[in-house]
Ligand binder design. Structure first.
Ligand SMILES: NC(=O)c1ccc[n+]([C@@H]2O[C@H](COP(=O)([O-])OP(=O)(O)OC[C@H]3O[C@@H](n4cnc5c(N)ncnc54)[C@H](O)[C@@H]3O)[C@@H](O)[C@H]2O)c1
Length: 286
């Protein structure tokens, strides 16, 4: 199996990431099977994907015909057997090892020998998932960034157990999806989160240490260092809960104090000040 052979892609878990990844797949011309746990969630995901494709039409990024053709490539299933025949399956379910392992066992049972099984995990070990599989050589990480239809990067994560063929198929598929992938080893946080999480946590600690407001901290980094977005605005965009969870995972794995979530962020998470998605984080959103 090479990336050029990939015709049909499965996406399991159609929440924030999976719905975006499925949208990217259908827009790139792939027959795509989405799997959720209930018919209702399948329907909700389809509506969400249709909504975002519709917004693309309004903004002139695609035509109404292209939207309809993309949606026609999307089928839904609640049954893992519905993923049989997929050449690559991308898993984007809840960030817990046990459900992911159960899913990968089910995927191995229904997929053909050449199918590449990819996880979109941010913080779990891809090796832990692969080593629980009968064929660990075909398990890789494909770490998309949120929002998946917008951000070009995909980290293609290779474990020591992965075959070169599986890694190159995932890399080539990411390119065919219009993304700009990189290859990296299976280390905690991979590349971006390993760097970004402690850095953002440092920024938040500076808020209190330097007695600076979120507005001025963001001004400091956008005007002084030319960052395209300030650290507080970026955490609001990522979601405070997601960032705290990722910090905890990285801290558990590597133990550096900078990786632990600052008290201020934990408080914001507990108060439901999650950033853009809750209408309030460091800043207010209308
Ligand atoms: N949200 C982010 O910013 C982000 C970024 C990169 C990677 N990730 C990773 O992507 C994965 C998904 O994250 P998310 O934020 O989209 O989560 P989410 O909670 O929005 O979506 C998860 C979805 O998976 C479904 N699901 C759960 N178990 C399932 C199963 N066995 N079969 C099919 N569907 C199932 C749930 O119903 C839900 O719709 C996680 O591993 C996360 O670490 C998240």
């Amino acid at each position: 199996m090479t990336a050029a052979d990939v015709k049909k892609v499965g996406v399991v878990g159609l929440g924030t990431m999976g719905a975006g990844i499925a949208q990217v797949c259908v827009q790139a011309g792939f027959e795509t099977v989405g799997r959720e746990v209930s018919d209702e969630l399948c329907e909700r995901a389809r509506e969400r994907i249709a909504h975002y494709l519709g917004r693309g039409v309004e903004k002139g990024r695609l035509t109404a015909e292209e939207r309809d053709a993309a949606l026609a490539r999307l089928t839904m299933t609640v049954d893992p057997a519905g993923l049989a025949g997929c050449d690559v399956v991308i898993e984007a379910i809840v960030e817990d090892l046990d459900p992911k392992l159960a899913l990968f066992h089910a995927l191995e049972a229904v997929s053909h020998a050449g199918t590449v099984l990819a996880t979109n995990t941010s913080a779990l070990s891809v090796t832990a998932i692969a080593s629980a599989c009968k064929h660990p050589e075909r398990v890789v990480g494909m770490h998309f960034f949120n929002p998946a239809p917008v951000l070009p990067l995909v980290e293609v994560v290779r474990t020591e157990l992965a075959s070169d063929e599986a890694v190159e198929t995932a890399y080539g598929l990411a390119e065919r999806l219009g993304k700009d992938p990189i290859r990296c080893n299976d280390t905690p946080g991979f590349v971006v989160n390993r760097i970004l999480i402690p850095l953002l946590n440092d920024c938040v600690r500076v808020l209190d240490e330097a007695g600076v407001s979120p507005e001025d901290l963001d001004k400091a980094m956008t005007r002084g260092v030319n960052w395209p977005i300030g650290p507080c605005a970026l955490i609001d965009l990522i979601g405070v809960d997601i960032h705290v969870h990722a910090s905890e995972a990285l801290h558990d794995a590597l133990g550096e104090p900078r990786m632990a979530a600052p008290e201020r962020l934990v408080r914001m998470r507990d108060e439901g000040r999650l950033g853009r998605k809750s209408g309030r984080g460091f800043f207010e959103y209308g």
